[in-house]
Design a protein around this ligand. Structure first.
Ligand SMILES: [Zn+2]
Length: 473
């Protein structure tokens, strides 16, 4: 087995930082050592196969993006990153594990959908991956299949309160699924927006000739996110199911989560970089059809209402626990442009999997979060939330050697033809300048990114079975 020593860096965890060398043997970390440790009188650096010089840099556990949609079917098209291109982009950006979503559509069997996603991902991925299960058709058969998911290493499932006729579950279906969540240890993930109400507003706006991408944000009003978040919390409260609300963007929804947590409930929330940096006015409201680049759901919120600052604040106070991307890219040409003249036909999604670690590091640079909190919300908490902690999310003996060397003196310019490796014809982050740079990435002991070069191969990444949520109160 090959040995690697990462030397000279500052190791940062969710709880602190300090100088240490990390010794890797094969796929695992075997020791954290005092810098310059000798072995039987020899300098350790001279006895290992590979030395990674991390002098002046941070050494952190590899990023875990717990919300991606590679090859996701949506609105008559398919997300433009598949498991190969999407996980390679993830590796470039310091993310060494993704958790994607297997999609059970209406009328399909859960097991068949899971098999389909296994087939799509197997042998394709650059980094490790797992799945959550989307239940798009709650019925007796799918509920029975839900109970068996932990045997497959899948410990979380997602329901939608939005998209009637596609993925939507009504309150009765949500209640029944959450009852299973309560007594199987499966974590219920919720897309919390009031879909039927949104559909009425969409129809009315289109009838008034309001067809631009901007109106996507108007139809998906914050009241409908707050209401659905509250309803999900109450149903979880009633059933005793732990609840995880995905892509929280409205400050009022954050307040609902905070109130539930103040009552001691197992209620959690993630947000995404787009809700911290981008806005209804600046992005969705861009001239012409350009705003389509930023059509995603939940939508970008108004800068005037200061949602962005409140969401940052919630990340600081742990009212929101972690940051995922909801990576679901579509090209402008041939995909987003299906919605010219009708914003409701624009495929929903933004591509961010490559930029999450950098964009969140920018929060450290700007004094919004600490260095330790950066590691916590991008790696350690995602690992605990989704049953990977110990193997992932921590640099400790026995853990997988998923390691990122991050250069605080480096610089990242985001945009097409720069550091962009996602399969897209544009970037939602064009022009963003980050003070910091991913320097070296190890995935289970193998150097996959170094010296500005991708050294991995498709198939390096393996399916990871997950334990139940390790974050419950
Ligand atoms: Zn999503």
């Amino acid at each position: 087995m090959a040995t690697t020593l990462i030397t000279g860096g500052t190791v940062v965890s969710a709880t602190g930082r300090g100088a240490a060398d990390i010794l890797v043997d094969g796929e695992r970390i075997v020791a954290l050592l005092e810098p310059g440790t000798t072995a039987l009188g020899a300098n350790l650096a001279e006895t290992v196969d590979t030395v990674v010089d991390a002098t002046g840099k941070y050494v952190i556990p590899g990023g875990i993006d717990a919300h991606t949609h590679m090859s996701m079917p949506f609105g008559g098209t398919t997300a433009s990153d598949d498991f190969e291109s999407g996980t390679r982009a993830a590796a470039w950006g310091g993310t060494t594990t993704i958790i994607d979503f297997a999609v059970q559509k209406f009328g399909e069997r859960v097991q068949d959908s899971l098999d389909t996603w296994h087939k799509m991902a197997s042998g394709q991925c650059a980094v490790d991956y797992s799945f959550h299960q989307i239940i798009g058709d709650v019925n007796d058969e799918s509920l029975a299949a839900l109970r068996r998911l932990p045997d497959e290493g899948i410990t979380s499932f997602k329901l939608f309160m939005a998209y009637p006729g596609v993925f939507y579950s009504d309150d009765a279906q949500i209640l029944r699924a959450m009852q299973i969540g309560a007594n199987t240890g499966l974590l219920t993930m919720m897309h919390a927006e009031n879909g039927p109400a949104i559909d009425v507003l969409v129809e009315q706006l289109l009838a008034e000739g309001k067809t631009d991408p901007y109106y996507h944000g108007i139809a998906r009003a914050w009241q409908l996110e707050e209401e659905a978040t509250h309803r999900a919390i109450m149903l979880a409260d009633l059933t005793g199911a732990p609840l995880y609300v995905v892509h929280v963007s409205a400050k009022q929804a954050v307040a609902q989560l905070a109130a539930a947590r103040d009552r001691g409930r197992n209620v959690f929330g993630e947000t995404c970089p787009q809700y911290l940096y981008l806005s209804l006015e600046d992005n969705l409201g861009a001239p012409g059809f350009e705003g389509a680049k930023w059509v995603c759901s939940t939508p970008l919120r108004s800068r005037r209402e200061e949602h962005q600052d409140q969401v940052w604040q919630a990340l600081r106070t742990n009212d929101l626990q972690m940051v995922s991307t909801d990576h679901c890219p579509f090209c402008m040409k041939g995909q987003k442009d299906m919605g010219i003249g009708d914003f409701s036909k624009i495929p929903n999604g933004i591509g961010t999997v490559e930029h999450r670690m950098d964009l969140m590091y920018q929060g450290v640079v700007e004094g919004r979060i600490t260095l330790e909190r950066w590691v916590e919300i991008t790696s350690t908490t995602p690992a605990r939330m989704f049953g990977l902690y110990g193997r992932k999310g921590v640099l400790a003996p026995g853990a997988d050697a998923d390691i990122v060397v991050y250069d605080p003196d480096g610089h990242t310019s985001i945009g097409l033809g720069k550091t962009h490796h996602m399969n897209m014809d544009h970037s939602a982050w064009e022009g963003y300048e980050i003070d910091g740079r991913v320097d070296t990435v190890l995935s289970r002991g193998k150097v996959v990114v170094a010296e500005g070069e991708y050294r991995g191969r498709k198939g390096d990444g393996q399916f990871v079975r997950r334990d139940p949520c390790q974050y419950l109160i």
